[in-house]
Design a protein around this ligand. Structure first.
Ligand SMILES: Nc1nc2c(ncn2[C@@H]2O[C@H](COP(=O)(O)OP(=O)(O)OP(=O)(O)O)[C@@H](O)[C@H]2O)c(=O)[nH]1
Ligand SMILES: [Zn+2]
Length: 197
């Protein structure tokens, strides 16, 4: 299985020169001196950073989850505290936190690391937290066809802390449930208590 670096071959890499040019133009427009030493390399650095933080675009998240195994475990499996960093699509400001993914298999299980890779690919794009949450649940459902899936994502949004309404410390929590979790309050409660431990 390829490492995440191997997936990073996206539009940023192809458009490096143009992106550097536009970053330099923005620096000029905010009143900076683009010739001063500290800024000389900044357009190139920002472009390299974009390559990393927007590295999820050309990866099919279904492929990341592609390695699955037949296994007759029909109880809850949770991978919790998967740290992610993403960029909000409204302000292009970072938001970050933890994702928790639980599912009840129905004949197929996923390699555990693949759940964390799935989070990486889905978050390395311009996003909103709600869409990250529902995409994680939908892709789990599509690839593994499990009895149920539950996803909880916690996020702190810099666009709400460092600017605008300025409420540092506020957290957004989003959840998505599919399959048996929809009807079964006890499974939802078990998931919530296990991710809090
Ligand atoms: N639902 C949702 N909203 C988000 C997310 N990230 C940022 N936002 C919100 O997107 C909204 C954009 O609102 P606008 O009124 O267009 O932008 P704005 O004038 O910069 O808004 P303020 O942040 O309130 O100053 C804000 O309320 C942000 O808090 C997200 O992941 N999910
Ligand atoms: Zn924002």
């Amino acid at each position: 299985m390829a490492g995440l670096k191997d997936y990073i071959n996206n539009h940023v890499g192809e458009n490096r020169e143009q992106i550097e040019h536009h970053v330099r133009e923005i620096l000029k427009l905010i009143g900076e001196d683009v010739e001063r030493e500290g800024l000389l390399e900044t357009p190139a650095r920002v472009t390299r950073m974009y390559e990393e933080i927007f590295g999820g675009y050309e990866v099919d998240p279904r492929e990341v989850l592609g390695v699955t195994f037949e296994e007759n475990h029909q109880e809850l499996v949770i991978v919790k505290d998967i740290v992610y960093y993403s960029q909000c699509e409204h302000h292009m400001a970072p938001f970050f936190g933890k994702a928790h993914i639980g599912y009840i298999p129905s004949g197929r299980i996923a390699g555990l690391s693949k759940l964390a890779r799935l989070v990486e690919v889905v978050t390395r794009r311009l996003q909103v937290q709600e869409r990250i949450t529902s995409q994680l649940a939908d892709i789990m459902e599509e690839v593994l066809d499990p009895a149920g899936v539950m996803v909880v994502v916690e996020g702190e949004h810099l666009c709400m802390c460092a600017r605008g309404v300025k409420k540092p410390g506020s957290k957004t929590i989003t959840s998505a449930v599919r399959g048996s979790f929809r009807k079964d309050a006890a499974s939802r409660a078990e998931f919530m208590s296990l991710i809090k431990e």
